[in-house]
Write a protein that binds this ligand. Structure first.
Ligand code: IPM
Ligand code: MG
Length: 367
């Protein structure tokens, strides 16, 4: 028996989580996976209930669980509270406390959605790229950090971008090995593009040198290229199919993964896995809590449902159930079902649905 802790969080979190849990329970039964689900508090709702965005109890239960499924955190209601208590801090803390240093974000275009993207269909047709984002280091966690008052009375904000060789090596290893696995599956050559700003930032100069040394020593079968972060943003729009695996630090990965998401039509489609050194993980959609549409049954539950598939694949090593979910998602898209974010109004024959109806449609395909 294995335990999964679900943390719905704020905004659209509860709505998308309800649909994802139904899907998870359906495959649990169908494939006799023997998974037990529990739920807990994180983010703004946790702050309201306990005064902490990540209560100790949630953290303990997350440590004890085999995997965590997260919805989203944050919203205007908590924007004004003290920084250390904000919902986002709860998310950063759980990532850090659980040692979830490897964040995998797959931007894969469902062919049915080629017209929902703002990019020309021929540029994105067949797109399948993986961003490996370092998640527990870099400028997100570097010390010193804060806002201080200078001698002249002016305020100054500061953060520190730091990476040690071992932190770079462990994320590099994940990227090189996933490139090898993907190459085996696709028959294409294995390639990794490491994104840095080595022309300006020493921290990423070390990043680049470390990647080069790893490739020379251990991964000579993987071709390694390097790109500055600004150019990488541009190349993602210009010709995203030049990439297979991109590996980068926390901040650049945050930015590049939102951009990559949009190539696939909507950030509402992008799942993610955050893994520790043993492969234990937290799974979450890449989108946020979307407070503007929360509670209106408008959210797209597919990124969370696809995060469940990633969980089955990476933590539970159950490829069959993962593929069954991915197939069910593809089937409902074939049927023309679209939430608002992936609806191309100029395309005939599409059916606009809400969050609940989309979840139920996926469920029906699984049964
Ligand atoms: C993400 C989000 C988070 C991040 C926020 C909510 C703290 O943007 O998961 O990409 O910056 O990592
Ligand atoms: Mg982000």
């Amino acid at each position: 028996m294995a335990t999964i802790l679900t943390l719905a969080g704020d905004g659209i979190g509860p709505e998308i989580m309800t649909q994802a849990i139904d899907v998870l329970q359906a495959v649990n039964k169908k494939f006799a996976l023997d998974l037990t689900l529990e739920s807990g508090l994180i983010g703004g709702v946790a702050f309201d209930a306990t005064g902490e965005p990540l209560p100790e109890e949630t953290l303990q239960r997350a440590r004890a669980a085999d995997a965590v499924l997260l919805g989203a955190v944050g919203g205007p209601k908590w924007d004004a509270i003290e920084r250390s208590k904000r919902p986002e801090r709860g998310l950063l803390k759980i990532r850090s406390e659980l040692g979830l240093f490897a964040n995998l974000r797959v931007a894969k275009l469902y062919p049915q959605l080629a017209n929902a993207s703002s990019i020309k269909p021929e540029i994105i047709k067949g797109l399948d790229l993986l961003i490996v984002r370092e998640l527990t280091g870099g400028i997100y966690f570097g010390e010193p950090r804060g806002i201080r008052t200078l001698e002249n009375g002016e305020q100054q904000g500061y953060n520190t971008m730091v990476y040690s060789t071992s932190e770079i090596q462990r994320i590099g290893k994940v990227a090189f090995e996933l490139a090898q696995t993907r190459a085996k599956a696709s028959g294409n050559p294995a390639k990794v593009c490491s994104v840095d700003k080595a022309n300006v930032l020493e921290v990423t100069e070390l990043w680049k040198q470390t990647m080069i040394a790893m490739q020379e020593q251990d991964y000579s079968d993987v071709s390694l290229s390097h790109m500055y972060a600004d150019n990488a943003c541009m190349q993602l729009i210009r010709d995203p199919k030049q990439f297979d695996v991109m590996v980068t630090g926390n901040l650049f990965g945050d930015i590049l993964s939102d951009e990559a998401a949009m190539l696939t039509g909507s950030i509402g489609m992008l799942p993610s896995a955050s893994l520790d050194e043993q492969g234990k993980g937290m799974y979450e959609p890449c989108h946020g809590s979307a407070p503007d549409i929360a509670g209106q049954d408008k959210a797209n539950p597919l990124a969370t449902i696809l995060s469940v598939a990633m969980m089955l694949r990476y933590t539970f090593k159950h490829e069959e159930s993962a593929q069954a979910i991915e197939q069910a998602v593809s089937d409902v898209l074939d049927d023309g079902l679209r939430t608002l974010d992936i609806l191309d109004k100029s395309e005939a024959g599409l059916i606009q649905v809400g969050c609940k109806q989309m979840g139920e449609a996926v469920l029906a395909k699984l049964q």
